[in-house]
Design a protein around this ligand. Structure first.
Ligand SMILES: [Zn+2]
Ligand SMILES: [Zn+2]
Length: 258
């Protein structure tokens, strides 16, 4: 009963967080900033209302699916089980960034391979199609997952809290980072300066320019935070110029098998 109440509360927090940040960023970029930000805009067309409505629905369905495993981890923390801890000095201060890095690497690796599997022609329609409804995403796509995709990815971080110790503040910071990264990568504008996107940072980290190409081409750029797995596995692609991205959108690469 207690677990259900925690799940309900976390669902509401996750859904509300999504609605506020996605709508806030959408309004800021697409409603107010669009004329000034046009040079950094990645999408060729304005957002489609039907796709946004679908993404809102998918995100609200995903919220309890993400909340349930998170509630199990939180419940374990409250009852002294699991490896979430409160005192930052418990494992030494060095462990705070080290644990964050381990969580990010595990999630990035898991997501790359799960994402590739979901793009297989046998799986795509019932696992991942919902996320790709927008060929040119907006912030509303950042949390829009089919229920199967949500169920397949929501358990990773909560499960890790039973194997790798993590301080609760670090966990919260990671969740914030995930939200911000997902929003920025789907917002339809490149908010990082081109010197970052084209420089050493953008060579290894995923940007909106990189992830937009995944939404238009489908069969490249599967990574979540880092381009490392894409680069190692030969699935990495990056438009040389903004004009190339526009061309790709007009003539998408034919689908290949994963
Ligand atoms: Zn996406
Ligand atoms: Zn995909």
């Amino acid at each position: 009963m207690e677990l259900l109440a925690t799940t309900a509360a976390l669902s509401a927090i996750i859904a509300l967080r999504y609605l506020l940040v996605a709508a806030g960023l959408y309004r800021l970029l697409w409603r107010r900033g669009e004329p000034r930000l046009r040079s950094t805009r990645l999408n060729t067309r304005p957002p489609a209302r039907a796709a946004i409505l679908h993404e809102l629905r998918a995100s609200l369905i995903s919220s309890p699916i993400y909340a349930f495993p998170a509630a199990i981890a939180l419940d374990a923390f409250e009852h002294g089980r699991g490896l979430i801890y409160a005192d930052p000095s418990r494992y030494g201060l060095w462990w705070l960034p080290a644990s964050a890095l381990i969580y990010l690497v595990v999630q990035d690796t898991y997501y790359y391979w799960a994402h590739r599997a979901m793009h297989h022609r046998w799986a795509f329609a019932w696992t991942h199609r919902g996320h790709h409804l927008s060929r040119e995403p907006t912030p509303f796509a950042s949390f829009a997952f089919d229920a199967v995709e949500a169920a397949g990815t929501a358990w990773v971080l909560p499960a890790l809290t039973f194997f790798v110790p993590i301080q609760w503040g670090v966990a919260l910071a990671l969740l914030t980072l995930m939200t911000l990264a997902a929003l920025m990568n789907h917002c339809g504008f490149e908010l990082w300066p081109q010197s970052w996107v084209r420089g050493p940072v953008g060579r290894w980290l995923i940007t909106a320019t990189h992830h937009s190409l995944h939404h238009t081409r489908f069969r490249c750029n599967y990574g979540l935070y880092s381009r490392a797995w894409d680069r190692w596995m030969g699935t990495d692609a990056m438009p040389v110029l903004a004009e190339e991205l526009a061309q790709v959108q007009v003539q998408p690469t034919p689908l290949q098998t994963a």
